[in-house]
Design a protein around this ligand. Structure first.
Ligand code: 5GP
Length: 194
C-alpha cells in the first residue's frame, strides 16, 4: 500500500504548504469555535501522541473555558514499515492500530475533545473513537489540524478541521517523517520520487 517513495530533503528545500501565520490564525479560530460551542461547561482535551502535541498546546491556549488535557498513544501494527524501510518505501497507514498509552483521567460524563494532527484514512480515529466512547463521555468531538478527505477508508469526520489538504505527505508543526521534522513551524510537503 505504500505510495511512491518519499525523498529526504534538507529543511531549507522543503516546499511550504501552510505557513506558520496561517496556522496560527486558523488554530485561534478553532479555539474560538470550541469556546463558543462549550460555553459555560468544562472540556477535557485528549491529544494523540506524538503528532498532535504542538497543535494541542496552541489550540488549548485559545480556548477560554475551564479545561484539562491528557494524551493517548497509538501505534500501527503489521505492515507499517520500520523507519528504515520508510525511507525506501514511503509510508501509509495499515489500519491495524493498538493503544500504547491510555489517558490518565476519567472521561465519564466529561466533554471530551480528541485532538489529532491529521485525519487521513480515518482508521486511527475510528479506532480511538470507539475506545473513548466506551468510557461514556458526556460528549465526544474530534479536532484535527489537517484533513485529507480523498484518502478516507472509514466514514469518519471531525467536528473541527483546520485545513483540508490534497493527498501529499506533510511534515512540520508536530508531524514527522521517521521522527524528523516535527519541530518545523510551517507545514511542508515531502516530495515523492518519480
Ligand atoms: P489514518 O489512520 O487516518 O490513516 O492516519 C492517521 C495518522 O497517520 C496520523 O496521526 C499521522 O500519524 C499519520 N499520517 C497520515 N498522513 C500523514 C502525513 O501526510 N504526514 C505525516 N507525517 N503523518 C501522516
Amino acid at each position: 500500500m505504500p505510495s511512491a517513495s518519499l525523498i529526504w530533503l534538507p529543511v531549507s528545500q522543503l516546499k511550504i504548504l501552510i505557513p506558520r501565520d496561517q496556522i496560527a490564525q486558523r488554530v485561534a479560530a478553532m479555539g474560538a469555535d470550541i469556546t463558543r460551542d462549550f460555553m459555560g461547561q468544562t472540556v477535557m482535551f485528549v491529544g494523540v501522541l506524538k503528532g498532535a502535541a504542538i497543535f494541542l498546546s496552541d489550540l488549548t491556549r485559545h480556548v477560554e473555558l475551564d479545561s484539562t488535557f491528557d494524551f493517548i498513544g497509538v501505534s500501527s501494527y503489521g505492515n507499517r514499515p520500520s523507519p528504515a524501510q520508510e525511507l525506501a518505501s514511503g509510508w501509509d497507514s495499515t489500519g491495524e492500530v493498538r493503544l500504547t498509552k491510555d489517558v490518565d483521567q476519567s472521561m465519564k460524563d466529561r466533554n471530551v475533545i480528541l485532538v489529532e494532527d491529521i485525519l487521513d484514512t480515518g482508521l486511527t480515529l475510528s479506532y480511538l473513537k470507539k475506545i473513548l466512547l466506551a468510557h461514556q463521555p458526556k460528549a465526544l468531538r474530534i479536532a484535527t489540524l489537517l484533513d485529507k478527505p480523498s484518502r478516507r477508508k472509514q466514514p469518519i469526520e471531525a467536528e473541527y478541521v483546520g485545513f483540508k489538504i490534497p493527498d501529499e505527505f506533510v511534515v512540520g508543526y508536530g508531524l514527522d517523517y521517521a521522527e524528523k521534522y516535527r519541530n518545523l513551524p510551517d507545514i511542508c510537503v515531502v516530495p515523492r520520487a518519480g
